[in-house]
Unconditional design. Structure first.
Length: 108
């Protein structure tokens, strides 16, 4: 089942925190690894967040902190994390689908 994160239009909290994992379990993150977050409109639509850095925490957890421009437009978005290892190898997560971000419009 697809993972969906919901946030209100214009909000910058809560931050998006996820355990990066494959079907085999959590992906170990090591010193020197870098993780970025990208988000676009569905079906190859315009990119809204383009490879912005994430904070790496213990236990394969990464955190992306929103800017108000990231959530300015309501709608459903496809998102993914990209891990760049110290040896420059790249792994995209999730690799079986997307993380979906639902930006819900405000009342006023």
């Amino acid at each position: 089942m697809a993972d969906t994160f919901t946030i209100k239009q214009g909000d910058t909290s809560p931050a998006l925190a996820r355990v990066l994992e494959t079907a085999a379990g959590p992906i170990p993150l090591e010193i020197g690894d870098k993780v970025t977050f990208s988000m676009r409109r569905p079906y190859g639509g315009p990119v809204v967040v383009d490879r912005q850095p994430c904070q790496i925490r213990e236990g394969s957890v990464v955190v992306f902190f929103w800017h108000d421009r990231d959530t300015a437009t309501p709608g459903l978005f496809e998102a993914e994390f990209e891990i760049t290892r110290a040896d420059r190898s790249i792994e995209t997560v999730p690799n079986w689908d997307y993380l979906y971000v639902n930006v819900v419009g405000t009342v006023a």
